[in-house]
Write a new protein. Structure first.
Length: 203
């Protein structure tokens, strides 16, 4: 339990740091963060596979089912992440709190990068600490299945976990359209990620 609390504390500190960076940039009129329309939303049309996964509640289902019937955002983190996952978690928390602004439902999915250690019980603790709504689900599964899925989705390329890629996949199950975005493209700006999700929710 103490270890989980320490991990959650580190995530919180990193998230606050990322948020502070964004706010300071805005206060200075920094143009480094581009507008939402600057992201190339040309659909990648990644086919979402039926890889078996398990939710934080212990529900077993196919990955494609976990995305739901409409718009979705997939983020990639792990609970023992020492630093960089905080920005991803911050963006997802902002979107979760702001999703009511959209005209259609939006599914949030966080797929663990560390299925060996991120059991459903561990994810449930992190999920509760984030105050996550029902539309947000965290996924794990058999390590061999999850690592293949991560590679297929472009979220892992074999490097050490602490150097993992920071990406989101935003799309719409109904239309089959989706785009893979690096966190750098989103600009550590959760409002921008929400705008991108809104464009897919409307498609």
């Amino acid at each position: 339990m103490n270890r989980v609390l320490v991990v959650l504390g580190l995530l919180a500190v990193t998230a606050v740091s990322a948020a502070t960076t964004v706010l300071l940039a805005r206060a200075k009129g920094d143009d480094a963060t581009p507008t939402a329309l600057a992201v190339d939303l040309t659909p990648d049309q990644i086919r979402m596979p039926d890889t078996p996964v398990v939710t934080q509640d212990g529900t077993e289902l196919a990955f494609s089912e976990a995305l739901g019937p409409g718009a979705y955002i997939i983020g990639f983190t792990y609970t023992k992440c020492p630093a960089i996952c905080g920005a991803t978690e911050l963006d997802m928390q902002f979107v979760a709190a702001s999703r009511a602004d959209l005209d259609t439902p939006l599914r949030l999915v966080t797929l663990t990068l560390d299925p060996q250690n991120d059991t459903p019980q561990v994810l449930a603790t992190a999920h509760s600490a984030a105050g996550a709504p029902p539309e947000w689900v965290r996924l794990t599964g058999r390590p061999s299945d999850i690592m293949r899925l991560l590679g297929y989705l472009g979220a892992w390329d074999g490097r050490p976990l602490k150097e993992h890629k920071q990406v989101f996949i935003v799309g719409n199950t109904s239309s089959g359209r989706n785009s893979r975005l690096s966190v750098e493209e989103v600009g550590y700006d959760p409002e921008r990620l929400l705008a991108i999700a809104a464009s897919y929710a409307a498609s």
